[in-house]
Design a binder for this molecule. Structure first.
Ligand code: HEC
Length: 585
């Protein structure tokens, strides 16, 4: 028992008639920046928040879809029962629903499946359409301005789609039609039932990290039990240490490499970085090297960075050729493999020898190949000529292939995805020979191997996960159990290789989703903060799942703050966690 974490808050949640209410998220928050712990009430309405610091008063929140949100200040640990009232205002209930429900109304209006797929892929990769601000009614001119702004940040839509979208947005999000559609059955017991008992055992912890202008991109769990995350908008590396019942947050500023705001893409007339961005190098992804140092891709700085936790010093490595270092992984020989998203390359860097290779991936068409070779020119040109509103380089109509997720199999072979081309790539670790394979689904994003060498892939714009066998080349896929079907956009998944359990980002539905391949069962864990946009997952030694809320812009997140979060599937019943761990070892 640790001294600092002895207190508990527990009790029963009931409705005004005294009947127990299961499935209520009970959240307690404290501190500045805050830490929030959330549990679910059980069948009899009982909840129990364990391991709280003594002598602390908390802000309490009770939440369940279809019930009035409730908060209380200054709640001390101890026994407390609460009464929660049904929410009868349909507009308020609709606002409680995750973004995917609203998004589905919009998708239904786009008739052409190909256009719909492009729209999903291009308009949900930075943020959910998840806040009142994104769902406002706007004139067609206002919408076109938004498409232009989003286009300058990287969202490319075909012109026909841009022409029809304003009408769809306004019609889908009009409250006269949206609210009744979203709240059908409100008041009946079948409306938004509580999650199953398995889910209600979970505990979710959230730590605010950075500030309102931050953008927490990826996280990684260090074998020493501390979690690192990178802030792409403010060029920060964070470390969160929660091992001893309290959280210690530290941060380091990445070197700017002498680059202007916006990095390699900045300093020009057409450069569009959000007004509050402080990024010169734009750290994107990070991994722990076999020697315990951290390696980070600097997407805007066209470099790799190494961070030594012992000396707290950074070293930079230039990429020379290729644009936008994206996701990285180590191979069994300690070499770094990384995707270069904007220029269709894979990079290989060997920290031991300094060997640095760029491998050009095949483009789909001649036009695309030309555009890719012209990319440095377009980037140069955009700094000297105002290209706004023009078909700048790979702008309108032309989409780049975008090498994306990457992972290394147990046999040392490198596999990656080419997001916009819906392909997998295989790179031979010795000859660097490349082979491309079409995926039978759209938008393959961040893939991972399991312990048996099977490759797991999320279909971002297809709302599914797939398993690919590199030997037989067979794909098998499973639709995510998020209703309505096809409304979620799984950005990443990761496999806990101790049990080969697959965890998936429910990026549009504020959920984390577990898939157990042996029984082919999904379990959906709702997360406590609205607009929880997740892009990467990692695990700690206890099998808990870590991720960050990476919605960009951050102001659209409920509360306006980025967070790093941890889901403990057995946290409400620690004995189950231990038993499960033992049985898996
Ligand atoms: C590259 C990242 C990115 C992509 C992709 C993206 N957005 Fe955005 N979006 C942003 C950012 C950043 C903001 C906030 C802008 C600001 O605060 O000035 C934003 C804001 C918005 C807003 C709110 C604007 C307002 O005035 O409040 C809407 C609506 C929106 N986006 C719609 C879209 C649509 C539609 C698409 C697909 C074409 C899209 N976004 C794709 C980054 C993106």
């Amino acid at each position: 028992m640790r001294v600092a974490t002895a207190a508990e808050l527990s009790g029963v949640v009931r409705d005004p008639q005294g009947a127990p209410v299961p499935g209520v998220m009970v959240s307690v928050a404290t501190g500045q920046p805050s830490w929030t712990r959330t549990v679910f009430s059980g069948e009899g309405g009982a909840y129990r928040v364990r391991e709280l610091p003594e002598a602390t008063a908390f802000e309490l929140r009770l939440r369940r879809i279809g019930w009035k949100d409730q908060s209380r200040a200054e709640v001390a640990p101890g026994r407390r029962d609460w009464v929660i009232e049904p929410e009868t205002d349909a507009t308020a209930v609709a606002a409680q629903l995750p973004a995917n429900r609203w998004y589905h109304l919009l998708l239904q209006r786009i008739q052409d499946p190909q256009q719909r797929e492009v729209f999903v892929r291009q308009c949900t990769y930075c943020h959910q359409q998840g806040s009142w601000a994104t769902r406002r009614q706007r004139s067609p001119e206002e919408w076109q301005k938004i498409f232009l702004l989003m286009g300058r940040m990287g969202a490319f839509l075909p012109n026909e789609l841009k022409a029809e979208l304003p009408e769809h947005f306004n019609a889908a999000y009009a409250s006269e039609t949206a609210v009744p559609a979203l709240t059908q059955g409100l008041g009946s017991p079948g409306f938004e039932p509580p999650p199953p008992a398995e889910v209600r055992r979970a505990v979710v912890d959230e730590w605010q990290l950075g500030h309102q202008a931050s953008m927490q991109h990826d996280i990684v769990m260090h074998p020493d039990g501390r979690v690192y995350s990178v802030d792409m908008a403010q060029d920060q590396l964070y470390r969160l240490d929660v091992r001893d019942g309290k959280a210690v947050r530290e941060s380091w500023k990445l070197p700017d490499a002498g680059l202007p705001l916006g990095g390699m893409f900045g300093g020009g007339r057409d450069a569009k970085t959000p007004s509050n961005a402080g990024s010169h190098v734009g750290p994107h992804s990070l991994q722990v090297a076999p020697d315990g140092t951290l390696w980070i891709t600097l997407a805007l700085g066209n470099r790799l960075a190494r961070f030594d936790p012992a000396s707290e010093q950074f070293t930079l490595v230039e990429t020379h050729e290729g644009w936008y270092p994206h996701t990285l992984r180590f191979d069994p020989r300690g070499r770094i493999w990384y995707t270069l998203a904007a220029s269709n390359h894979v990079g290989m860097y060997d920290p031991a020898t300094g060997q640095h290779e760029r491998i050009r991936l095949p483009a789909r068409s001649f036009g695309q190949a030309v555009a890719l070779r012209m990319l440095p020119f377009w980037i140069w040109l955009s700094k000297h000529v105002d290209l706004r509103g023009n078909a700048a380089g790979a702008g309108e109509g032309m989409t780049l292939p975008v090498p994306y997720g990457i992972d290394v199999g147990p046999d040392g072979v490198i596999w990656l995805t080419q997001l916009n081309e819906h392909r997998l790539g295989r790179v031979d670790p010795d000859t660097f020979e490349v082979e491309m394979i079409d995926t039978p689904f759209t938008g393959p994003r961040r893939l991972r191997f399991d312990s048996q060498g099977q490759l797991w892939i999320p279909g971002f714009s297809a709302g599914l996960i797939a398993r690919f066998d590199p030997e037989t080349r067979a794909f098998q896929s499973w639709e995510l159990p998020i209703e309505p079907q096809g409304s979620d956009v799984p950005y990443a998944l990761n496999v806990d290789r101790r049990t080969d359990t697959v965890w998936i980002c429910g990026t549009n539905s504020d959920t984390l989703i577990r898939f157990e391949p042996a029984s082919e069962t999904f379990t959906v864990y709702p997360l406590p903060t609205r607009v929880t946009y997740t892009r990467e997952l990692d695990f700690d030694a206890q099998g808990r799942v870590w991720t960050s809320n990476s919605n960009a812009p951050t102001w659209q997140i409920e509360g306006g703050f980025p967070r790093v979060l941890r889901l403990d599937p057995h946290g409400g019943d620690p004995a189950a966690r231990i038993a499960r761990k033992e049985s898996s070892e």
